[in-house]
Design a protein around this ligand. Structure first.
Ligand code: NDP
Length: 285
């Protein structure tokens, strides 16, 4: 039976570290980190995410600025808001909640955010920095996963890691982070042949597919570390990961639950990025 990697507990540790970093920063520079969250439209899930991010900021002492714009906001208007936030001394981090309405080009918006305030780590500058192994601000979900792996003391050197999913926000940056820790990384996607066989050989499995129970318990190698990024709503309205938890937990050495696994880590790493951005701003001042 595997041990659970408790995302809530590790996220609480990260938040405690952040709190003391903020006190230190305030003491040294008088600066209070600030995060601007921009929401366009009224998608109910996005509203919940934005509200939770605001609450999480307040808890650790980050100022939160919420900008809610109507769904028919034009791209130019959104870009003008971002330009203002880029120039604001009170704002160290800018997060534009995705997805955006279809008449707005997401890539244009992502590139409009100053790379020094890009706390999502999605700007091509930050993607490039991560790729060459000199990260500045890194995407929150894979950073959270790395922190979870660190917490169990597993050395990734020479390990076979299989990442299922190749999105720009999870799969690709995840693979790069594992690679930089000297794992041998395989990335699987919808065109990959025989994913089961690839997962069977993995010491570390990262599931970021978006399909409940996609990774079967019997695919997991004995003693593997299994990290489930997926958040799926089942027909019964329950949250489920991408991994068949029961079967996988009989084989894995460590496994993350859903909920209570990677999810809480993502927000914690967003707060951490905001503090990092504030530190950069204070050094540049
Ligand atoms: P995307 O939809 O952007 O990417 C999904 C990836 O899975 C794609 O690369 C896709 O392949 C691959 N895929 C889909 N179907 C299959 C299949 N049948 N076989 C193999 N590969 C497949 O999702 P995200 O990366 O944004 O998110 C993945 C999951 O993680 C979702 O459940 C999401 O809700 C969750 N998530 C959780 C977060 C957290 O904080 N815990 C944060 C972000 C996401 P292809 O590229 O070929 O289409």
């Amino acid at each position: 039976m595997s041990r659970i990697i408790d995302g809530r507990e590790i996220a609480a540790q990260v938040r405690a570290e952040i709190k003391s970093e903020i006190s230190l920063l305030k003491e040294k520079t008088g600066l209070t980190p600030g995060l601007a969250v921009v929401l366009v439209g009224d998608d109910p899930a996005s509203r919940v995410y934005v509200r939770n991010k605001g609450k999480a900021c307040e808890e650790v002492g980050i100022r939160s600025f919420q900008h809610t714009l109507p769904a028919d906001t034009g791209e130019e208007e959104l870009l003008a808001l971002i330009k203002g936030l880029n120039g604001s001394k009170d704002v160290n981090g800018i997060l534009v909640q995705l997805p955006l309405p279809s008449h707005i080009d997401e890539e244009t918006v992502i590139e409009a955010v100053s790379p020094q305030k890009d706390v999502d780590g999605f700007h091509p500058y930050n993607v490039g920095r991560l790729t060459i192994g000199r990260p500045l601000l890194q995407p929150c979900t894979p950073s959270g996963v790395m922190r979870m792996i660190e917490s169990i003391g597993v050395d990734l050197t020479g390990k076979e890691a299989v990442v299922v999913g190749r999105s720009n926000i999870v799969g690709k940056p995840m693979a790069l982070m594992l690679l930089h820790k000297n794992a041998t990384v395989t990335i699987c996607h919808s065109k990959t042949r025989d994913i089961a066989q690839k997962v069977r050989s993995a010491d570390i499995v990262i599931a970021a597919v978006g399909r409940a129970g996609f990774i079967k318990g019997e695919w997991i190698k004995d003693g593997a570390v299994v990290i489930d990024v997926g958040i799926n709503r089942t027909a019964e309205g329950k949250l489920a990961g991408d991994v068949e938890f029961e079967g996988a937990s009989r084989r894995a050495s460590f496994i993350t639950p859903v909920p209570g696994g990677v999810g809480p880590m993502t927000i914690a790493m967003l707060l951490k990025n905001t503090v990092e951005a504030a530190k950069m701003a204070s050094c540049a001042a």
